[in-house]
Ligand binder design. Sequence first.
Ligand code: ACO
Length: 207
Amino acid sequence: MSDKLLIFGAGGHAKVVADIALKMDRWKEIAFLDDQENTKKPMGLHVLGTIKDYHTYIEDYDIFVAIGNNKTRKNIMMTLQSEGVSMPTLIHPRAVIGKQVILACGTVVMGGVVINCCTKIGHGCIINTGATIDHDSVLDDYVHVSPGVHISGTVHIGEGTWLGTGSVVINNIIITSGCKVGAGAVVVKDIHKSGTYVGTPVRRVEG
Ligand SMILES: CC(=O)SCCNC(=O)CCNC(=O)[C@H](O)C(C)(C)COP(=O)(O)OP(=O)(O)OC[C@H]1O[C@@H](n2cnc3c(N)ncnc32)[C@H](O)[C@@H]1OP(=O)(O)O
């Protein structure tokens, strides 16, 4: 645990992550690493270098990987975890987290989110703005729950699955790993085969 936080990435998602970290008021210094050459002081914070420079910083900084792509985020996080890097969990002060909710490290919970009791959320997940996740649900590692998603009670979402903006999952559903669920989709039956699913109720498409 450090009083300095280094955020990997400096794009739109990383800026929201930085905003949450600033609101948490826990770190004296917050900065980015980013591979885009022309990134200049996003959110008024410094970009210290590119992601390959990270070895220079891992002793002194907490690290948060703010990359939206689930596979890329997983690959970077697994490398960092094997090096024993300190990774916080970021929770917006205006998120509502129920009792007996477990949130693993490297996960961000954004503003307006509600996570109800007895839910377990894995490493490196993104619980985006205004999403709700109801009781007794389990989200495996590297899941992205986009803005305004509603996950009902006792749902299991497999590793690396992405739920698009405003999608809905009814209660007692299992969605396997590596799925993409389109914006506005409604999931009413278990999904056992990885792939892209859209519509109400969802159908599998080539994506
Ligand atoms: C803070 C933030 O911004 S977080 C980011 C939030 N972003 C999102 O929620 C984006 C969610 N993404 C989507 O909905 C995408 O359209 C995806 C992932 C479902 C599919 O994307 P792609 O893999 O590029 O597939 P593609 O665009 O070729 O669509 C495949 C088919 O599904 C249809 N389709 C795609 N998305 C949807 C959707 N959300 N609802 C209904 N139909 C859809 C397409 O019209 C196409 O149909 P067709 O074959 O009959 O022409």
